[in-house]
Design a protein around this ligand. Structure first.
Ligand code: HAM
Length: 413
């Protein structure tokens, strides 16, 4: 055990390093650019919310049932750290009486899960929500947004999985069929799936990754055979358009997603560079969520991207990381009289190269420090250089020294 363990952060939380922070902000910049390109509005959910709003989502989802980070606040109210943004987004739209438009946010989320690679108790999501239209092209636009996002980040090797879980009526029909199918096989299934059966979470049973369940699920009836004509037509149109747009996808008839509010199209993207937690994003239609709360029909579709999983992929991509490897320089003003001249040089070049001014210690100490910091260059300025508005540029790699004017230095970098 390292002696510094006392400074570890909470289980499932992590300190974000300098490089990871740069990647995080880079992802945010790309997201902001796409928000503009797709003419979307931004929103920012508060990270603390009433527990009840998530509990109202239904009781078959682990995210709501087991993983809520909830506590009683000082005034006795039951609150939780938000496990996702969609439900709070809906709350905000209701508060502002907005029932139309496209919205995006970048937010922290919290789930009290068992931490492992790619699964944290505090993580970040980009969430995009489009409300007020049930047109299938709105679903398609989300795939286009995601294609742009992943393309700009040079992320390839991902697989798009899609499914339709139909309308509420379709699902009711399908759940009856599933109940009949699972009932005689229940004794052979895992404890967790038996428990799901007893609380009538039949669809959620399809999610199981337990060995004893997998073969039984493989032969289960698939929902596509129980979709009504409208649901079928909508799904066929989406598949046709994705094909026309050259967006390759795979169908998974057992993809049901971890939250209860979905209907019709559901999707997930997985990536090969991740382990068990290989889903980099997920989403789908939730046309009934507004209705459940205010009995008003507001169709909606959206997705959320897991930022830590995207960062994990980027951290393994040497080509991508090159954008963060720019050169570094230290400026050494010999005496106090050169401090302002050092600042002047700093302002001229700090956009092009990582630049630090070393003020303390004698010149040889500061040169040693620059060497230790792996600086590529050092600039030394004494009285003569200040008077002549020039400088000595030392190339620490080639061990060369050049006398340059300020103008020549600007061209140099
Ligand atoms: P979700 O599938 O629960 O969907 O989460 C979306 C993504 O967040 C996941 O695919 C994963 O990349 C990331 N994620 C989830 N849990 C964790 C965790 N513990 N640690 C790290 N990353 C995690 C939703 O949240 C829905 N609100 C998506 C949505 C928006 N549907 C409609 N609109």
């Amino acid at each position: 055990m390292s002696k510094n363990n006392q400074f570890n952060c909470l289980r499932g939380f992590q300190y974000i390093s300098n490089l990871e922070c740069h990647i995080l902000y880079h992802i945010q910049n790309i997201f902001l650019q796409l928000i503009k390109n797709y003419n979307m509005e931004l929103f920012q959910p508060p990270i603390l919310a009433k527990t009840a709003i998530f509990q109202s989502l239904g009781d078959t989802s682990d995210i709501v049932k087991k993983e809520l980070y909830n506590f009683t606040q000082k005034d006795g109210e039951e609150v939780c750290l938000i496990p996702e943004c969609t439900r709070v987004f809906v709350e905000q739209m209701l508060q502002q009486q907005k029932f139309q438009g496209s919205y995006g946010c970048f937010s922290s989320c919290f789930r009290y899960e068992r931490p492992q690679l790619g699964r944290y108790r505090h993580f970040h999501q980009i969430s995009v929500e489009v409300i007020g239209s049930d047109h299938y092209m709105k679903d398609i636009e989300l795939f286009c947004f995601l294609r742009d996002f992943l393309h700009i980040l040079h992320i390839k090797d991902y697989t798009i999985w899609i499914n339709s879980i139909g309308s509420i009526e379709d699902r009711k029909r399908y759940e009856k069929v599933l109940e009949q199918y699972f009932a005689p096989l229940l004794k052979l299934m895992s404890k967790s799936n038996q428990e799901k059966f007893h609380r009538k979470a039949f669809l959620r049973m399809l999610d199981s990754k337990q060995l004893e369940d997998i073969n039984i699920i493989k032969n289960a009836p698939i929902i596509l055979n129980y979709l009504c004509d409208d649901s079928k037509k909508q799904y066929e149109l989406i598949k046709l358009t994705l094909t026309q747009l050259d967006i390759p996808f795979q169908e998974n008839p057992f993809l049901v997603r971890g939250l209860d509010y979905y209907n019709n199209l559901v999707f997930e993207y997985t990536h090969n560079d991740l382990g068990a937690q290989n889903s980099i994003l997920g989403g789908g239609r939730y046309d009934y969520l507004f209705y459940q709360i205010i009995q008003k029909q507001v169709p909606a579709v959206g997705f959320a991207i897991g930022i830590e999983r995207i960062m994990h992929i980027l951290l393994q991509n040497k080509e991508y990381l090159k954008i963060y490897q720019y050169k570094s320089i230290s400026i050494i003003p010999v005496e106090q009289t050169e401090h302002l001249y050092a600042l002047e040089i700093f302002y001229q070049i700090n956009e092009k190269i990582k630049c630090t001014i070393l003020y303390e210690g004698n010149v040889s100490n500061r040169l040693q420090k620059a060497n230790k910091n792996n600086n590529d260059y050092v600039i030394i300025i004494g009285e003569t250089e200040r008077k002549h508005k020039n400088l000595k540029l030392k190339n620490m790699v080639l061990k060369e020294e050049k006398l340059l004017t300020l103008e020549e230095l600007l061209v140099y970098f």
